[in-house]
Design a protein around this ligand. Structure first.
Ligand code: ACO
Length: 361
């Protein structure tokens, strides 16, 4: 029995491999470093989906298909936006994605991937009473998301930074949300239900909900003098420091390094002091965690620098988890298609530790 399924291998995949000892992430035969910041999100999604769907895409043809599908998703918005807009952004996204159908005339992987930026931008605007903006099918996912959110075209630097982030988080082995999506797919419930399940798992603070709290932590610490006492008090109280620790990585999460570079590249447009302050917090947290949990090898995870990149892009904290889904949705879709091809229902067993019926007298 393995509570938490540590060390259990529950699926075979050609999509991604997480090497926790060497701090390496391989995406369909490529190291993360060979893709992030080099290939566009659509090109990497096309690589992940190759061989699974009814259509083979290149980066360019997938960008076109996603552009058209964003228009379809936009039409779905109006009837539900009032209800979805009253929820938290990630709950609103859950509701809107649930309204999509596997029976739509476009492949469900394309529809659901295209829908996420349309819905997230509309929900973020709804918070401040602004109407949703229709997508521009000529743009890539990153550029169109920023434009739909802000109402003006984003700079090349911002588009590049967000696009690099989307590639960095696109897939990551059998993490909790991907596993959830695969379990649902294994029952043949379909793409949309599987992706909605993935989003539900991503929402939790131990998975994709961490970056907002990372910024809350930086704000609460406030000054360089307060770093050590603040962190020490939290660790002593048994709290988890957001942005640190990982089930698989025993060394630094390679995605943290990619995103640290992205955050530094934005330092000109954002607050360089914030990034330097965060680096001091990171260094102190690693020192204190090593001392407090000597057997555990806790290091920086993807969420720490995600927080800084998304903040430098001036995105509202409340949508950080949903923005994670903008990238990860393509990975979920790939895993769903792979699982559907595998065809075996995922059905582990549990160890019963409850009471047994009394023996008949
Ligand atoms: N801060 C302080 N202590 C920690 C942290 C942390 N961030 N992470 C783990 N620990 C401690 C645990 O309290 C535990 O200590 P104990 O044995 O004295 O009780 C020990 O290290 C081992 O922890 P586990 O719970 O076994 O680690 P697990 O592999 O289950 O959890 C997880 C991994 C959930 C990511 C955890 O490290 C955590 O909660 N981190 C903070 C939240 C976070 O940053 N999440 C984002 C992860 S990346 C992603 O999902 C995209």
């Amino acid at each position: 029995m393995s509570i938490g399924l540590d060390d259990v291998i529950a699926a075979q995949t050609i999509l991604s491999h997480v090497d926790g000892e060497r701090g390496r992430l391989i995406l369909r035969g490529f190291d993360l470093d060979a893709l992030a910041g080099i290939e566009a999100f659509e090109a990497v999604a096309a690589r992940l989906w190759a061989g699974f769907g009814p259509t083979e895409y290149t980066g360019a043809s997938l960008a076109t298909a996603l552009g058209e599908a964003r228009g379809v998703a936009f039409e779905r918005l109006q009837p539900l936006l009032r209800v979805a807009g009253a929820l938290t952004p990630v709950e609103g996204l859950r509701l809107l994605l649930s309204s999509l159908s596997d029976a739509a005339p476009i492949p469900p992987a394309v529809l659901v991937t295209a829908a996420v930026p349309v819905f997230v931008a509309a929900l973020a605007r709804a918070v401040t009473g602004r109407r949703p903006l229709p997508p521009d099918p000529a743009l890539g996912q990153a550029a169109d998301f920023l434009r739909m959110l802000r109402g003006v075209p984003a700079s090349d630097a911002h588009v590049r930074a967000l696009d690099t982030y989307l590639v960095t988080v696109i897939d990551h082995g059998l993490n909790a949300s991907t596993f959830t999506a695969r379990v649902i797919a294994s029952t043949r419930a379909g793409m949309i239900s599987s992706v909605v399940g993935g989003l539900c798992a991503l929402k939790g603070p131990l998975h994709g909900g961490a970056p907002g709290p990372v910024l809350d932590m930086l704000d609460a610490i406030g000054t360089p003098e307060n770093i050590e006492p603040w962190l020490e008090a939290r660790i002593r109280a048994g709290e988890r420091l957001m942005g640190f620790g990982h089930r698989i990585y025993r060394v630094r999460d390679p995605r943290a390094d990619v995103l640290k570079r992205v955050a530094a590249s934005l330092a000109g447009t954002a607050d360089g002091n914030r990034i330097r302050f965060a680096e001091s917090v990171e260094a102190a947290a690693l020192r204190l965690l090593a001392r407090a949990k000597p057997g555990h090898r806790l290091d920086t995870n993807v969420e720490f620098f995600t927080a800084l990149v998304l903040e430098a892009l001036d995105l509202p904290r409340a949508i950080f988890t949903s923005v994670f889904a903008l990238g990860r949705v393509a990975g979920w879709a790939a895993h769903v298609m792979e699982q559907e091809r595998e065809g075996r229902i995922i059905r582990p067993q549990s160890a019963y530790v409850g009471p047994w019926p009394k023996a008949a007298a």
